[in-house]
Write a protein that binds this ligand. Structure first.
Ligand code: NAD
Ligand code: UD1
Length: 333
């Protein structure tokens, strides 16, 4: 199939680009580089042995998206483009609604007018809000607790409404848990601008000597070692989940949601220990107070994706840390 990847030079989109090409699909990427670098395109070309077709631009430019859909005879869209910082979304909610919600509306309008009827959407486990039970399945109530999460839920609802009225539209809505790690080449990975907010990129910088120590946000949670527990999933497993979603799209009844996670919880202290072994570096840390808005534990019930998409996460925590470290070393050198 011919696939448009919006936001395809970003962290997850660039890894999905590799998995899609390796599965035999043609791809074209659109990105406005608001949170990624043109260097990613050179890296992708090195990994894939060929240039990836790329158009620079914003998805809110409906005419541009329409032109891409038509020029590349796009069959399906993978919609990664979006802003994703929880903290920033609290400070600048309008920016998030404008980019994530208006951007998605523009993309859907372009698809409608170009008769493109298949889309895979990058949603997040953040739409579940505070877990009422664990593991979290797709039937868990949806109550996001910040503007970023609400933009994701609103786009889900728009997609569901659109699929309801257009019997030909097929939507696979993927709720990612905590994507980490990098492609095995070490050439692409997660490279946040400024100070990292998320655990794995922070640990990577401490291991690489760029930051002095990790602050662990609380060791008094109701978990087996008191630190927060999450469902970390290797970004290449997540990328393979997109290939599986694409294979499933023609069979989808309209709008369908799947969790993409491993189903296993890992604590902050466990992650530090595995990263220490994978990198051979010490990870100095200090326990500080809880981070506002944090939850104790969150992990997926991935059974639906296992059974219906015929996909499951395969790569271990060690492989997540090893690949993150390879990428970090390449950045340091
Ligand atoms: P990312 O920031 O690395 O990638 C997003 C890409 O979209 C960037 O390259 C950015 O430049 C581009 N972009 C943003 N707005 C755009 C616009 N209006 N027009 C064109 N391009 C635009 O983020 P990521 O981690 O790769 O996340 C991809 C998607 O997955 C996002 O929608 C995010 O909300 C979702 N998601 C991410 C995580 C995670 O932990 N990384 C978890 C759950 C869901
Ligand atoms: C965060 C976002 C969530 C988003 C997810 C994407 C918040 C409140 N939530 O979730 O919406 O979908 O990223 O992956 O930002 N930790 C530390 N020290 C650090 C960083 C993190 O101890 O410097 C701990 C956290 O307290 C948590 C765990 O590490 O227990 C994971 O944190 P993080 O990587 O930020 O992910 P989430 O909190 O799950």
């Amino acid at each position: 199939m011919n696939i448009l990847l919006t936001g395809g030079t970003g962290y997850i989109g660039s890894h999905a680009a590799i998995a899609l090409k390796e599965a035999g699909h043609n791809i074209v990427i659109q990105d406005n580089f608001s949170n990624s670098s043109p260097l990613v395109l050179n890296r992708l070309a090195l990994i894939l042995g060929e240039e990836v077709p790329f158009i620079e631009g914003d998805i809110r430019n409906t005419n541009l998206v329409k032109a891409i859909l038509q020029e590349f005879s796009v069959d399906a869209v993978m919609h990664f483009a979006g802003l994703k910082s929880v903290g920033e979304s609290v400070l600048e909610p309008l920016k998030y609604y404008e980019n994530n919600v208006l951007g998605s509306l523009s993309l859907l309008r372009a698809m409608k007018e170009s008769n493109v009827k298949k889309i895979v959407f990058s949603s997040s486990a953040t739409v579940y809000g505070i877990p009422r039970y664990l593991p979290i399945n797709e039937a868990h109530p949806l109550k996001p607790v910040n503007p970023y999460g609400r933009t994701k839920l609103q786009v889900e609802q728009i997609l569901e409404d659109e699929a309801e009225c257009d019997a030909l539209l097929k939507v696979v809505n993927l709720r990612y848990f905590n994507p980490v790690g990098a492609h095995k080449s070490g050439l692409i990975g997660e490279e946040p601008r400024g100070m990292p907010n998320n655990l794995m990129p922070f640990i990577a910088r401490v291991a690489g000597g760029k930051l002095k120590e990790l602050h662990i946000y609380g060791d008094d949670y109701d978990t087996f070692d008191g630190t927060g527990v999450r469902d970390y999933i290797h970004v290449m497993d997540l990328a393979e989940g997109h290939v599986a979603a694409l294979n499933y799209l023609p069979h989808s009844s309209g709008f369908e949601t799947f969790n993409l996670g491993t189903g296993d919880g890992c604590s902050v202290l466990q992650m530090i220990e595995v990263y220490r072994k994978a990198s051979g570096r010490e990870i100095p840390f200090r326990i500080v107070g809880r981070r506002q808005g944090d939850i104790s534990s969150c992990y997926a019930a991935p059974n639906k994706a296992n059974q219906i998409l015929l996909w499951s996460a395969k790569l271990s925590l060690f492989e997540m840390c090893m690949s993150s470290w390879s990428f970090q070393e390449q950045l340091v050198n």
